[in-house]
Design a protein around this ligand. Structure first.
Ligand code: FAD
Length: 373
């Protein structure tokens, strides 16, 4: 359970809001168009302390709990969703090292996590929704492990320096190891040309005979499925927060525009068709916010949160796409233009119907949880 310091949290959120307004939001369109963060942008984010936000103080972090961490990403996503998703990929990975890493591994890696980005990689060409389909292996040789394989579509792939990797330790046995880009045999592959979240690099790593010791195993041999699910649960809370931020952005664009624009002599704000769309965007935003906050509260209280986290992302991702569609229609021709941000917010939100488990898989998980009640 996390202990909370209301004054510190208030100060942090004020700082994040100022930072988002000053340093993040003005670059939102440029990040999408360039398909990258500008030079020096991530260094500044790092220097400001964002990487260590949820890392316990014993490792040099700020030690904020799940609710505040999610809220920070929510606020950042109001300015730029890619920035928040790059941090989401980092935080969910740190969470798994904190939950499953040996004390030696934690001491070795986590102090550097305030300066280095971490990533979690499960997906391969042969296995996305079906982790058992992966081909990467870790083979025991003497007193160490030898890792071979090719991981694709990793959030922060190519940017991150440390990777948790899901591999097979036997034909039907999954395990997770931690590898570092400095290890012999490690190399980067291609970066995906994805349609949304275009600032966040999503890319490939190749592992060719990487040798690691037992300390680089997370949990026990065979815990891969459990750790992968845990990473998804943690990521889904944060994605619910990011999606809420996207909807807040969509709502602001739609309401600002409706206040200025007239249909003939009638302001858009007086048309019932506008009311319907704005109300729907606001309700979608608020329901997603409640869902991610609830999941974060359960996590902070040490209670199960898997189903609520899946709901936050499954509901929030479709809601943010639909909300973007309504916002686009209010702006009409301008909404359809790449000179306005609405279209890229739809593309950004759409990624989260796929990343961290598809909505189809999440619905199955939610239904299964309900059947077991
Ligand atoms: C922006 C982005 C970031 C990503 N970041 C990461 C990352 O950091 N780490 C990582 O490991 N991966 C990452 N991924 C990959 C992502 O996790 C996979 O794309 C996802 O798990 C789906 O796998 P797939 O693309 O192979 O699709 P498939 O598994 O081939 O699915 C194809 C279709 O079949 C459906 N389907 C498959 N199995 C089932 C089932 N059992 N029940 C119902 N429907 C099913 C799917 O829902 C989908 O519609 C990222 C993807 C994106 C888009």
């Amino acid at each position: 359970m996390s202990t909370r310091n209301a004054a510190a949290e208030k100060l942090l959120l004020q700082m994040v809001d100022d930072y988002t307004t000053r340093e993040v939001a003005p670059l939102d369109m440029a990040i999408d168009h360039a398909q990258d963060f500008p030079e020096g942008y991530l260094q500044q984010l790092t220097q400001t302390g964002f990487l260590g936000l949820m890392l316990p103080q014993e490792f040099g972090g700020a030690g904020f709990g799940p609710e505040v961490t999610a809220t920070v990403l929510n606020h950042l996503a109001r300015g730029n969703a890619s920035t928040a998703v790059t941090l989401e990929g980092h935080y969910k990975t740190l969470d798994q090292i904190l939950k499953f890493g040996t004390p030696a591994l934690q001491q070795q890696l986590l102090p550097s996590a305030t300066q280095r980005i971490f990533a979690f990689s499960m997906t391969e060409a042969s296995g996305g929704s079906n982790p058992m389909g992966i081909s990467s292996t870790a083979t025991r040789e003497g007193d160490h492990w030898v890792i071979n394989g090719d991981k694709i579509m990793i959030t922060n792939g190519g940017l991150a320096q440390v990777y948790c990797v899901l591999v097979k330790t036997a034909p039907t046995e999954l395990s997770v190891f931690v590898v570092d880009q400095d290890m012999p045999g490690f190399s980067f592959g291609k970066r995906e040309d994805f349609i949304g979240l275009r600032g966040t690099p999503v890319g490939e790593i190749v592992m060719d005979h990487i040798i690691v010791d037992d300390d680089h195993l997370l949990g026990k041999v065979g815990d891969g499925g459990l750790i992968g699910d845990s990473a998804h649960d943690d990521a889904r809370i944060l994605m619910g927060a990011v999606l809420t931020g996207i909807m807040e952005h969509e709502l602001k664009i739609a309401t600002d525009y409706a206040k200025e624009r007239k249909a003939g002599q009638t302001p858009l704000t007086e048309l019932q068709v506008t009311h319907r769309k704005v109300a729907d965007i606001a309700m979608r935003k608020e329901t997603t916010k409640l869902l991610y906050e609830r999941a974060a509260q359960l996590k902070a209280a040490g209670q199960p949160y898997s189903e609520e986290a899946a709901m936050a992302k499954a509901h929030g991702s479709r809601a943010a796409v639909a909300a973007g569609d309504d916002a686009l229609q209010i702006l009409a021709g301008y909404g359809y233009s790449r000179e306005y941000p609405v279209e890229h917010l739809i593309r950004d939100a759409r990624a989260m119907e796929i990343a961290e488990g598809t909505v189809e898989k999440m619905r199955s998980a939610i239904a299964t949880a309900e059947f077991h009640k």
